[in-house]
Design a binder for this molecule. Structure first.
Ligand SMILES: Nc1ncnc2c1ncn2[C@@H]1O[C@H](COP(=O)(O)OP(=O)(O)OP(=O)(O)O)[C@@H](O)[C@H]1O
Length: 439
């Protein structure tokens, strides 16, 4: 497990290091922590057993949590935690919904075992397809993480699908993505980034281009379907799909679209009766879909829009520089002619002259529009497509991202930062509204 901690030894002693304290946790209770805004937190499991969102804590290893992180240490049988006394908040809660969450895990486990036992039956060999829905800050990502980590601990390799373009946890904001989870998720480092399948939407709200969002969700689902067809192990393990907290109007339509497109068999609704009853009502026609209401944990922390924006910015920083500044991104220079930048949507469907008299040209949400390189591109984060030809761009997934740091108009040169040096995997780049300013 790649924790940011040291295998042994207390935090380095210095005149200014914070005092230490021990917290004793009774069985089935949790220690909820918000790390301070400007310093990290060291802690360790002194005795007993405990887990962080489904991943067991190693005994005695010091773990380091970055500033602003919010998490809980839960124990089923009792534990003692030794920690620095410098958090923003920390308190113990003995009322948690963990029993109901682990009961859901047990039901999913039974379904996975049944799927594994029928490899040659195309329907029965499909493990559970779980979709987690609910309003913002209801704990959807956290529950998804727990279900994935508990499954991985039992030896399954479930697929995590993240449809949350605002606060997704697989890659950068503005993307939908999927990744197999082969080990319990590291509480500090999060989802491993080795082989995610990523599609670039480019904005952190679907209202900008809901048609494009739907198309990308469909592409992702189709690719996963093909992968499952050739991989009975991951088919039996199933998927856990995390969604956006946008659940009204268009948000609700997009939830139904995702449930349908991924052929979800279990819908877990967190924290809202109304949404649960609406979904039960509309899904009662599908007898193989279970809609289950679950209690929101009292520990889930509400994040305002300022915090969300800074979390997005932090994710972009981590992509290029690593969680603890351990990566060395590469600055490169390209000629304007070497790159083809596009955005999706916006251009008129047909020229006004081709429309019937009186008709207004409408924006075509799926039109690929070439972007002229100018100073407006400064600080934009662009996605590098895997497309080899222009007509593949819309249906292609993403190899990675670059960040534009300089545009030299007279010399027609563009300077960008990429995670590594060398040629980009494709000259086709996609632009949305994702920007980053290094602070
Ligand atoms: N029991 C808990 N104790 C302490 N912090 C928690 C607990 N559960 C969740 N959190 C924290 O609360 C925050 C919100 O939780 P989470 O991201 O799971 O909500 P969400 O519903 O997915 O949010 P979004 O609205 O972005 O979709 C996160 O920082 C998470 O780590």
């Amino acid at each position: 497990m790649a924790y940011g901690g040291t295998p042994s030894g207390p935090p380095a002693a210095s005149g200014s290091s914070p005092a230490m304290k021990q917290v004793k946790l009774e069985k089935e209770s949790e220690l909820r922590i918000e790390v301070s805004f400007n310093s990290s937190l060291r802690l360790r499991l002194l005795n007993g057993t405990a887990e962080i969102f489904g991943t067991e804590m190693p005994p005695e290893n010091w773990l380091i949590f970055p500033p602003r992180m919010k998490f809980a240490i839960f124990t089923w049988y009792g534990a003692t935690i030794e920690m620095q006394d410098n958090t923003e908040t920390d308190y113990v809660a003995d009322e948690t919904p963990m029993i109901s969450y682990v009961n859901v895990h047990a039901v999913l486990e039974g379904r996975r075992n049944r799927a594994k036992a029928s490899p040659s039956d195309s329907d029965a060999s499909q493990g559970p397809r779980v979709i987690v829905v609910g309003p913002t800050d209801s704990g959807k990502s956290t529950l998804s993480r727990m279900l994935l980590s508990w499954a991985a601990k039992q030896g399954w390799k479930p697929t995590f699908v993240d449809l949350d373009i605002g606060q997704g946890s697989i890659t950068l904001p503005g993307c939908i993505a999927a990744s197999p989870i082969e080990m319990p998720i590291d509480p500090v480092e999060g989802i491993p980034l080795e082989m995610p399948l990523v599609y670039f939407f480019g904005h952190n709200t679907p209202t900008v281009n809901a048609d494009l969002y739907r198309v990308l969700v469909k592409e992702l689902a189709q690719i996963l379907e093909r992968q499952f067809a050739g991989n009975p192990e991951s088919r039996a393990a199933g998927m856990v799909i995390n969604t956006m907290g946008f659940i009204d109007g268009l948000g609700y339509d997009l939830l139904l679209h995702a449930i349908d497109t991924f052929q979800a068999t279990v819908v877990l609704v967190l924290g809202q009766e109304k949404l649960c009853s609406m979904l039960k009502d509309v899904l009662k026609r599908k007898p193989n879909v279970d809609v289950v209401k679950l209690q929101k944990s009292g520990g889930v922390v509400s994040r305002n829009s300022k915090f969300r924006a800074s979390a997005r910015s932090q994710r972009i920083r981590e992509y290029f520089y690593g969680l603890s500044n351990d990566l060395s991104p590469h600055s490169s220079i390209a000629n304007f002619n070497d790159l083809s930048i596009y955005k999706v949507g916006g251009g008129p469907q047909a020229p006004a002259s081709a429309l019937p008299i009186g008709a207004q040209p409408v924006a075509d949400p799926m039109r690929l529009v070439p972007v002229n390189i100018n100073r407006d591109l400064l600080n934009l984060v662009l996605a590098v497509s895997f497309a080899k030809e222009q007509d593949q761009i819309l249906s292609s997934n993403i190899a990675g991202f670059i960040w534009i740091t300089d545009i030299d108009i007279p010399r027609k040169k563009i300077t960008y930062l990429a995670p590594s040096g060398g040629e980009l995997p494709s000259k086709f780049l996609l632009m949305g509204s994702l920007t980053w300013i290094e602070t």
